[in-house]
Design a protein around this ligand. Structure first.
Ligand code: A2P
Length: 276
């Protein structure tokens, strides 16, 4: 699962295609394009993050590219994820635009952002993006168990990742098990419940017990189970704090009390509505 790395941000999960997805990345959803996004990504790279997760729909790929370029880090030292916006219709052409904005000639991971108009139509284009090496790994996001199974049926190259809303309230056990059966890595977005879970009483109790922050408890709950996370923050001290999760273990009892916060009833369904 996780292995040794120079920086904690480089600790990685090995994907089904043999590539390494860092256990933690900075998510930049809702970070405005421009100086704020450039600075946020810069802070993350300085702190030791080695994965930045953006999307065509976020409108901030150019800022991610600027920060990456300014960092002076070699391209192969940083893992970049972007996501195909389904209304653009052509994954290959859309990726070319992303690469131009990012100022790079490949992304490490390219995901279908959501299964708009059905789960399978875009997959052949994703496979072409992978064949050309412009996307090193390909996968999906916001796909349910059934939607992932549909892609598996038609796929030559299997989705390496399903990035979904996942945290103790959305502890989507059935989806996690389906991903494991398919050899697809479930990657957690909104691991802090977009901030909502930080005020949870159980999380607060564990934070006091472990001498950690609520955010660290929530992120540790994922990574200790082998689930990569992409928390978002635009505050430097929080960005740094969120990386300090590889030097302690939650006990089985602590993990179980977080598991018990689940509101999905052990199903694969998150309580979010579908926005597409
Ligand atoms: P901010 O960006 O103002 O720091 P998620 O990753 O689940 O979507 O959660 C993101 C939300 O949680 C954002 O509102 C972010 O606020 C906040 N957040 C991220 N890290 C921390 C932290 N360590 N402590 C408190 N709030 C945090």
């Amino acid at each position: 699962m996780a292995d040794e790395a120079v920086t904690p941000g480089g600790l990685a999960r090995v994907l089904s295609d043999g590539r390494r997805l860092p256990m933690i990345g900075l998510g930049v959803w809702q970070v405005p394009d421009g100086p704020e996004c450039v600075q946020t990504v810069r802070w993350a790279l300085e702190a030791g993050y080695r994965h930045i997760d953006t999307a065509q729909g976020y409108g901030n790929e150019a800022s991610v590219g600027t920060a990456l370029h300014d960092s002076g880090l070699a391209r192969d030292q940083v893992f970049i994820t972007t996501k195909f916006l389904p209304r653009l219709r052509d994954p290959v052409a859309a990726l070319e635009q992303s690469l131009r904005r990012l100022g790079t000639d490949y992304v490490d991971l390219y995901l279908i952002h959501w299964p708009q108009d059905g789960p399978t139509w875009a997959w052949p284009g994703m496979e072409r993006a992978a064949e050309s090496q412009r996307a090193r790994s390909v996968g999906v996001s916001n796909f349910s168990e059934a939607e992932l199974a549909s892609v598996m049926e038609i796929a030559g190259t299997k989705p390496a990742v399903d990035q979904v809303n996942f945290n103790p309230y959305a502890n989507r056990r059935a989806l996690l098990q389906a991903c494991e059966r398919h050899g697809t890595a479930l990657e957690a977005y909104s691991p802090l419940g977009t901030g909502r879970l930080l005020a949870d009483r159980t999380v607060g109790r564990l934070a006091a017990e472990y001498g950690r922050t609520p955010a660290q408890i929530l992120l540790r709950w994922c990574v200790q189970r082998g689930i990569p996370v992409i928390p978002k923050s635009t505050h430097r001290e929080r960005i740094e704090q969120n990386l300090q999760i590889f030097d302690f273990d939650l006990s089985p009892e602590a993990l179980a009390s977080l598991d018990a916060l689940d509101t999905t009833g052990g199903t694969g369904t998150a309580q979010e509505h579908k926005w597409w």
